[in-house]
Ligand binder design. Structure first.
Ligand code: DC
Length: 244
């Protein structure tokens, strides 16, 4: 049919006419970024890492010495800056006022600052607006904490990606060790438990599993298996939309 497009490079995936919005939420260390990036690549969609956008604002606030406990000033900063993002073949890049911040988004200082900044409603409102406009045309895989609940509650495919906290900690510990970071496994576990608490306790944009999100539990599964599970959900959605 004219205008149809191949949904994926995977065999047996349906030809569909839509460009889905795939929303993925879940706790830290569940593998959201890698899974979302891979799903986007396979579907020929754009990968959008909303955590990186919060990190870019946090780094900007620290650089400009804006107190991380001042929601009004932070909201003003968020409204006044120009944020540009791009999925560069799976690398999610962020610029603020023309300056690229991508390489500094995971610095320990930014890690600390973002937890505080993400609590404030005025900041979240600005980013939610930008994120919605990025998804307007569809054909996106967007990952974060409030995508299925706040940013894109009407996304065609909604996923809650989670996994046992000990397994998430083990994965993160292995990643850090591979990067040459010397850290005890228990420390990584404790940090993840704290992060989970922060994500669940935040007043605005907290991590919730909305009733119509598919639960994908990564415990004991390979990344390929998780990706295949999500691609299957996308395929089913495409078929349902096609037959409507
Ligand atoms: O996914 P991440 O670790 O890069 O996220 C960085 C921080 O931003 C983390 O403290 C959770 C927060 N965050 C959020 O509040 N809402 C989102 N949609 C994405 C991330």
């Amino acid at each position: 049919m004219e205008g149809d497009r191949c949904l994926s490079k995977e065999p047996n995936i349906v030809m569909g006419k839509g460009r889905l919005r795939v929303a993925i939420d879940g706790p830290a260390g569940a593998g959201k970024s890698t899974v979302a990036r891979t799903v986007a690549k396979k579907l020929g969609y754009t990968y959008l890492d909303t955590g990186a956008m919060y990190r870019a604002l946090a780094l900007t606030a620290v650089t400009r010495r804006i107190p991380l406990d001042d929601p009004l000033l932070l909201g003003e900063m968020a409204r006044s800056i120009q944020m540009t993002v791009r999925d560069d073949n799976g690398l999610f890049r962020v610029w603020v006022d023309g300056q690229e911040l991508t390489g500094r988004l995971r610095d320990p200082g930014t890690d600390k600052a973002v937890k505080l900044l993400a609590m404030h409603r005025p900041v979240r409102e600005v980013l939610v607006d930008i994120q919605r406009s990025l998804a307007k045309e569809g054909g996106v895989v967007m990952e974060g904490r409030d995508i299925t609940s706040v940013v894109l509650p009407d996304a065609e495919v909604k996923i809650f990606l989670t996994g046992d906290v000990r397994e998430r900690a083990r994965r993160r510990w292995q990643e850090l060790r591979a990067k040459g970071v010397k850290i005890h496994w228990e420390e990584v576990l404790e940090e993840l438990i704290q992060r989970d608490r922060k994500d669940l306790e935040r007043e605005w944009g907290k991590l919730v599993r909305v009733p119509d999100a598919h639960l994908v539990d990564t415990t004991g599964k390979t990344q390929d298996e998780v990706v295949a599970e999500i691609l299957k959900l996308c395929e089913e959605k495409e078929i349902a939309l096609h037959n409507r």
